[in-house]
Unconditional design. Sequence first.
Length: 306
Amino acid sequence: MIKAAVTGGESRSAGELLRLLINHPDVVITWVHSRRYSGAHVSDVHRGLLGETFLKFGDTMAWDGVDLLFMCEDEDGCVALEAVPRTVKIIDLTGKRMMAEDGHDFIYGLPELNRKALVRGARHVASPGAVATSVSLALLPLAKEGMLSKDVHAAVVAGDSVAAECAPTVCDGPAAEVRQVVTALQDNFASGIDITTLRMPCRGGLLAVVSMGMPSHMPVDDVRKLYEDYYSDHSFAFVSPGQVGVADVMNTNKAVMHVESANGQLIVTVAVDDLLKGGAGNAVHCMNLLFGLHERVGLILKSSGR
């Protein structure tokens, strides 16, 4: 069993994570840290957990026996890395360690890009947010083939959870992440990436419409086949023959995308549940890879279909 601990236990990301972990067959939650709610039941703060767990928040961190720490954002800031024993693996959901040039050893936790690195001895993982995840998934197959040569434009419509990741309308932070992802596969990519967000009045769901110049002399059917081939051995990314929407992915860890062309542009639409594939679900996916479990363990979730 994986003995997991959670900091920032009162945060929204921690709540979604706990909903997954308490039902994961290979995880035991050792403690959930929150100074503000110390002594209170987790179910008093995170709705839907009454009767599912009797865990309480605590204000201390006992590391004996802990295998994995999930770092979620909290009011007191993140726990210092120096305080975490080297024997404890870390998955960071705070968004603070996404960029490789910051001089840390955190692997960018997008399994569709870095699955091998996650399986082969990674200790520290930075789990990306929903905006960067959705736009990156729209570009990975082309970047692998070195086919990105024109500017990339993304319009992202999402629920309230994107506010922390992408507060201004133009998202410079996620755009930098996406560039890092693209250049990991296509190091000569030098064109622009711009991401604009629009918040929709709902709790969850994200739809990214990503457009770029069509690869030269390549029919859209061949481009679509390229996407299908790239994602054929990935457990949570799928190419749909028809248009996609958030109803296709809500309450799941799936990313569903549609590839089409219009007016000389390639348009890739990606739908994710921003709190799962764009958050806690992806973190659990990374955990499964770190500890040698099947990718889908604990993530076979009921789709809401609405």
